[in-house]
Design a binder for this molecule. Structure first.
Ligand SMILES: [Cu+2]
Length: 153
């Protein structure tokens, strides 16, 4: 009886030490494993998507653009190539406005809000820019006043 007690204590310490080292070990393995998967995934999509353009990043960025009478705020927007941009075109004026992105030359299509966004209303749409450079956007009702640029970086 007297001998088995210290043995038990040592055994318990041993088990705890083993469990701790196992936890530390699996934690480390999981970390390096996910890092490898992330960089591998980026490489794969770079090869698979749009040659000449940036691959989709899988990231969504929300950008609100106020349409006032007669100006966009902001009128100069910066985005990252490959991000999905969720545009919210908010009509904060008293006239009808819209937001037309003239990207057909670089992206093969234009992105646009509803053709007529009424005062007090919003129009949401998404766009992805794959080519770095500058794209113009306008309000079709109020040229040349309502125009802006999107810089794709
Ligand atoms: Cu307008």
């Amino acid at each position: 009886m007297l001998r088995s007690r210290p043995m038990k204590v040592i055994g318990l310490v041993g088990v705890v030490a083993l469990a701790t080292s196992l936890l530390a070990c699996s934690g480390g393995a999981a970390e390096s494993g996910s890092a490898t998967a992330a960089s591998g995934g980026a490489k794969t999509s770079a090869g698979a998507k749009a040659p000449g353009g940036a691959p989709a990043t899988g990231k969504t960025v929300e950008i609100s653009v106020a349409m006032k009478d007669n100006v966009f705020e902001p009128k100069d927007i910066k985005v990252k190539a490959g991000d999905t941009i969720s545009f919210i075109a908010k009509n904060e004026g008293i006239a009808i406005h819209n937001l037309m992105i003239q990207s057909s030359a670089t992206e093969g299509k234009d992105f646009a809000s509803a053709a007529a966004v009424n005062p007090g209303e919003d129009s949401k749409f998404t766009a992805t820019f794959t080519k770095k450079g500058t794209v113009k956007f306008i309000c079709a009702y109020h040229l040349p006043d309502m125009a802006g640029t999107i810089t794709v970086e």
